[in-house]
Design a protein around this ligand. Structure first.
Ligand SMILES: [Fe+2]
Length: 214
């Protein structure tokens, strides 16, 4: 998606029925076309009225919202976060059979969690442990270490590098699962695009600065 104002809604990267039965068509229409669109529209409105910040990148808005004028600070925090988080959420899911991490991401998962099953348990504990609306995250740091975080509302885990977000706002699952957040997590987990995440993680590793060899 655009890196700065004016932001537009990126298309859903697969069909609306592509994640069924785990995440159904109605949920994707509401979640992507209504909720995600609203964050995009609200962020554009805030910036339209504040041209001095129109050249800020989405990532800068999300990271440095505390430096903004008080009257738009909370609005940008919520809506730039909503845009950033949802962009990543839809991009990290994929149709088809459940997959698993590959290459350096598989190695890092084994090193930092013990196994994929333990990584999943940590993610699920974060997803279920987030009180109210928010997110659970698989993140990495500058050294390629993996960990799990949670965030409230539309906050992000930056400056840690977000790899995989699980949206635990009720709007992500209520039509499919009502109040059963744990069942939603299990369905969502089936649709995680591990091959795509493995490529992202490998790219990050390649670009990581290395100390010169002596
Ligand atoms: Fe959402």
């Amino acid at each position: 998606m655009e890196t700065q104002y004016p932001f537009t809604l990126p298309p859903l990267p697969y069909g609306y029925d592509a994640l069924m039965p785990e995440i159904d068509e109605r949920t994707l229409h509401f979640h992507h076309d209504k909720h995600f669109q609203t964050y995009v529209d609200n962020l554009n409105k805030l910036l339209e009225a504040n041209p001095a910040y129109q050249d800020w990148s989405l990532e800068r808005l999300v990271r440095d919202w505390a430096q903004l004028p008080e009257d738009i600070r909370q609005g940008v925090r919520n809506n730039a976060g909503g845009v950033y988080n949802h962009d990543l959420y839809f991009k990290t899911l994929a149709p088809g059979a459940a997959s698993e991490p590959e290459g350096p991401l598989a190695d890092a998962a084994a090193r930092d969690f013990g196994s994929l099953q333990e990584l999943k348990s940590a993610m699920k504990a974060a997803a279920l442990g987030q009180f109210g609306s928010g997110w659970a995250w698989l993140v990495t740091d500058g050294d390629g270490r993996l960990s799990v975080r949670k965030s409230a509302n539309q906050d992000t885990p930056l400056p840690l590098i977000p790899l995989l977000p699980c949206d635990v706002w009720e709007h992500a699952y209520y039509l499919d699962y009502q109040n059963r957040r744990g069942d939603y997590f299990e369905g969502w987990w089936q649709k995680v695009d591990w091959p795509g995440l493995s490529r992202t993680f490998a790219r990050l590793a390649e670009n990581r600065p290395r100390y010169p060899q002596s």
